[in-house]
Design a protein around this ligand. Structure first.
Ligand code: OOG
Ligand code: MG
Length: 254
C-alpha cells in the first residue's frame, strides 16, 4: 500500500507546487486499479487541507481527445472546490505547470445518481446544463503519460469554469460550439463529439463513480469531457467557449 501513498504525495505535491515530475508508470506496468487508488489518496490529501468534493470530470470521451493524447479508454477524475474558477474571473498562469484548455458541457445534479442508469434516468437527475471550459494541467513533464499515469494524476484536472446554467430539457445532443482565444476561433466542434451525446458521459460517470464507492450526489457538477483537442494557454489571454443556443463562458489568464 505504501507505494500508493508515496505516489499520491508526489503528484499532490507537484500540483501544489506547480512543478513537473517524472512519469510514475513509464513502462505501462501500473494497473488502472492501483492508479485510481493513487488518485483517491491524492484527493484525500486535498480534502484534509480543507477542499470539498464538488463533482466528477470525465476524460477521453471524444475521438478528438483520444487522438490528441493517444489514449482510447474513458477515464474519470475527482473535482474539488479549489478547482472551480468563477466565470469571467482571472487565473494566474503560475498556478499551473503547463496548462491547456478544452471546451466542455457541464451538468449539475438535482438528485443522487448511482450505478447502471439509463440516459433517461440520468436526464431526470439533471438540474441544469451549461457551457464549460476545463483547464487541464498534467503534472508529468512534457504532458506525456500512460493510461495509469493520467488516472493517478486525477485525469490532469486543475480547473474548471462553468457558464450560466440552462434548462436540461433543451436538445443538447448536437449543438455547434467554438472555443475562442482573444476573440480568435481556435477550435470548432459539436456536443455530439462527446460520446455521440453528452448524456452518455453522465451515464458513464454514474457507473464509474458508484463502482468506486463514491456515487454522484445531488448538487455535484459533472464535466462531460472535451469536445475538441485542447489548446495551450498563456498569460494575458482571454479564453471563451460559445455553445449554439446555450450561451458562453470565459476566463482571463494573468
Ligand atoms: C487528460 C484529461 C482528458 C478530457 O476532457 O478528455 C480530459 C489530458 O488530456 O491531459 O479532461
Ligand atoms: Mg476535460
Amino acid at each position: 500500500m505504501s507505494h500508493i501513498q508515496n505516489f499520491a504525495e508526489l503528484l499532490d505535491d507537484a500540483a501544489h507546487a506547480a512543478r513537473p515530475v517524472r512519469q510514475i508508470d513509464p513502462d505501462g506496468r501500473l494497473s488502472p486499479e492501483d492508479a485510481y487508488a493513487i488518485q483517491a489518496a491524492s484527493i484525500a490529501r486535498r480534502v484534509q487541507r480543507g477542499e470539498r468534493r464538488v463533482g466528477v470530470k470525465m476524460g477521453f470521451t471524444s475521438r478528438a481527445k483520444m487522438i490528441q493524447m493517444g489514449i482510447d479508454d474513458v477515464i474519470w477524475g475527482r473535482l474539488s472546490s479549489a478547482m472551480q474558477i468563477e466565470e469571467g474571473s482571472t487565473v494566474k498562469h503560475s498556478r499551473f505547470v503547463h496548462p491547456r484548455v478544452e471546451p466542455e458541457i457541464a451538468f449539475v445534479l438535482k438528485k443522487d445518481l448511482a450505478g447502471n442508469v439509463t440516459a433517461v434516468e440520468a436526464l431526470a437527475a439533471v438540474e441544469a446544463v451549461a457551457p464549460a471550459l476545463e483547464i487541464i494541467d498534467s503534472r508529468y513533464r512534457d504532458f506525456k503519460f500512460s493510461l495509469s499515469d493520467v488516472i493517478a494524476d486525477n485525469a490532469s484536472s486543475s480547473g474548471f469554469v462553468v457558464g450560466a446554467w440552462s434548462d436540461p430539457r433543451q436538445d443538447f445532443s448536437n449543438l455547434g460550439l467554438t472555443m475562442n482565444i482573444d476573440g480568435r476561433t481556435v477550435q470548432i466542434g459539436s456536443t455530439a463529439a462527446i460520446l455521440g451525446h453528452p448524456l452518455r458521459s453522465l451515464v458513464a460517470a454514474a457507473r464509474l463513480s458508484a463502482a468506486a464507492g463514491e456515487p454522484l450526489q445531488a448538487g455535484w457538477i459533472v464535466m462531460a469531457g472535451g469536445a475538441t483537442p485542447a489548446e495551450w494557454i498563456k498569460a494575458g489571454q482571454y479564453v471563451a467557449i460559445e455553445v449554439e443556443g446555450m450561451g458562453s463562458a470565459g476566463f482571463h489568464v494573468r
